[in-house]
Ligand binder design. Structure first.
Ligand SMILES: Cc1cc2nc3c(=O)[nH]c(=O)nc-3n(C[C@H](O)[C@H](O)[C@H](O)COP(=O)(O)O)c2cc1C
Length: 326
C-alpha cells in the first residue's frame, strides 16, 4: 500500500474537464491549498494514437504544483497499461518538459463520468454496469500492472449506474486500490438530486468489513472545508473531494475563507493573475481565450457593476485585450 496522504481527513480538488487545468490549479493553490489535485480526464486510447500531442495539454503541470494525480479514461486495457507505465517511470513527465525528480503523485481511473458520448462507448460510468465488470477488471489490473510499485492507483466512481449498486464496491475492493472516490449519486441521477452521503458512509462500512486498506473519499455538493470536515467525521471517511464549491469560493479549502469580504479590486486582481498565468502557459493557442469566460464568472461577481464588467470582459478576443480591460 502506497500511502500518499498521511493526514486525515485530507482534501482533494476534484477533476473538472476544461476547468482544473494547470492554470486554475495554481490559482487555487495561491488561495488555499488542498492536499491533492487531479488533472482533467484524459483518454488513454487518444494518448496512444497520433492525436497524443493534442491531449498532453490536459496533463500539463508546473514543477511547483502540489501533489497531482493523473486521471485516465478509455476502453483498451493495453493502453491503460502503457500510459500507467509512462506515468510511473516518469517518461511522460519528461515529455511534458518537467525536470528529473518531478512527477505525478498517482493515477486515477474515471469510472463515474455520466456523459452520453463516453457512456455510449461503454467507458467511464458505463463500467459500473455488471456486464462491464470484466472490462473494468481488465482496466484496473492493467493500470496497477503498469504503475508497478511506484505509484498509487485509485478509482473515482458513482453509487451505481441506473440504480444504487453497492456490490460494485465489493467488486472494487478485491483489487486493493489505494483509494476510491465515491460521488454520492448514480449515473442516472447525473447531478440532479442531492448527493447521498449516508450511502457513501455505507461504502466506508463495507470497506471496513472487507478488511482492505483502500482509502474512502466522499464527493458531492460539499460547500467548503468546514462542511467537508463535518461529513468526514459523521461518516468516518478518509478524505473529502470538492469540485463546484470552487466556483462559489476560490478559497474553499481555507480554514477561514476571506472571499465574502474580498473587495472589487482584490477580485479583479485575482482574475488578472489567472489571465496572466493563462497567457504565459498557453502561448500557442492551446486553449482559446473564450475558455476564460467561465472563470470570469467566479471572480467578477459580488460587487456593484460586476455584471456589466463581465459582459465587457467576455467580449475580449485576446488575453492582451482582456488584461487591458482589467
Ligand atoms: C465542469 C465539470 C467537469 C467535470 N469533469 C470531470 C472529469 O474530468 N473527471 C471526473 O472524474 N469528474 C468530473 N466532474 C465531476 C466532478 O469531479 C465531481 O465529481 C462532481 O462535480 C461532484 O462534486 P461537487 O458537487 O463537489 O462538484 C466534472 C464536473 C464538472 C462540474
Amino acid at each position: 500500500m502506497k500511502q500518499y496522504l498521511p493526514k486525515k481527513p485530507f482534501f482533494i480538488l476534484a477533476p473538472m474537464d476544461d476547468v482544473t487545468d494547470t492554470v486554475f490549479r495554481q490559482v487555487i493553490a495561491e488561495c488555499a491549498e488542498p492536499d491533492l489535485y487531479f488533472t482533467e480526464f484524459v483518454n488513454v486510447d487518444g494518448l496512444m494514437s497520433p492525436g497524443r500531442p493534442n491531449l498532453l495539454k490536459k496533463l500539463r503541470f508546473a514543477a511547483k504544483e502540489g501533489r497531482l494525480v493523473a486521471q485516465l479514461w478509455g476502453l483498451k486495457p493495453e493502453n491503460f497499461r502503457a500510459v500507467a507505465q509512462q506515468i510511473a517511470d516518469g517518461s511522460l513527465a519528461r515529455e511534458l518538459g518537467l525536470p528529473d525528480g518531478v512527477n505525478f503523485a498517482g493515477i486515477d481511473l474515471n469510472m463515474g463520468c455520466p456523459a452520453k458520448g463516453e457512456v455510449k462507448n461503454g467507458a467511464c460510468s458505463a463500467l459500473i454496469r455488471r456486464e462491464s465488470w470484466p472490462l473494468a477488471e481488465e482496466i484496473i489490473r492493467a493500470t496497477i500492472d503498469g504503475a508497478g510499485t511506484k505509484l498509487p492507483v485509485s478509482v473515482k466512481t458513482r453509487l451505481g449506474f441506473s440504480e444504487v449498486d453497492l456490490e460494485w464496491f465489493d467488486f472494487l475492493f478485491q483489487f486493493e486500490l489505494d483509494m476510491i472516490i465515491v460521488h454520492g449519486r448514480t449515473r442516472k441521477q447525473m447531478s440532479k438530486v442531492p448527493a447521498d452521503w449516508s450511502l457513501i458512509g455505507q461504502v466506508r462500512e463495507k470497506r471496513d468489513s472487507a478488511g482492505v486498506k483502500t482509502l474512502i473519499v466522499g464527493n458531492g455538493d460539499v460547500e467548503n472545508r468546514a462542511h467537508g470536515l463535518a461529513l468526514a467525521e459523521e461518516h468516518q471517511l478518509d478524505g473529502i473531494m470538492i469540485g463546484r464549491g470552487v466556483f462559489h469560493d476560490p478559497f474553499v479549502f481555507a480554514e477561514e475563507s476571506p472571499w465574502e469580504t474580498y473587495s472589487k479590486e482584490q477580485r479583479i486582481a485575482l482574475y488578472r493573475k489567472h489571465v496572466e498565468l493563462f497567457a504565459e502557459t498557453w502561448q500557442h493557442g492551446e486553449r482559446p481565450v473564450h475558455t476564460l469566460n467561465k472563470f470570469c464568472k467566479i471572480y467578477i461577481q459580488g460587487f456593484d457593476g460586476a455584471k456589466e464588467l463581465r459582459e465587457h470582459l467576455m467580449a475580449a478576443s485576446s488575453t492582451d485585450e482582456l488584461l487591458a480591460a482589467l
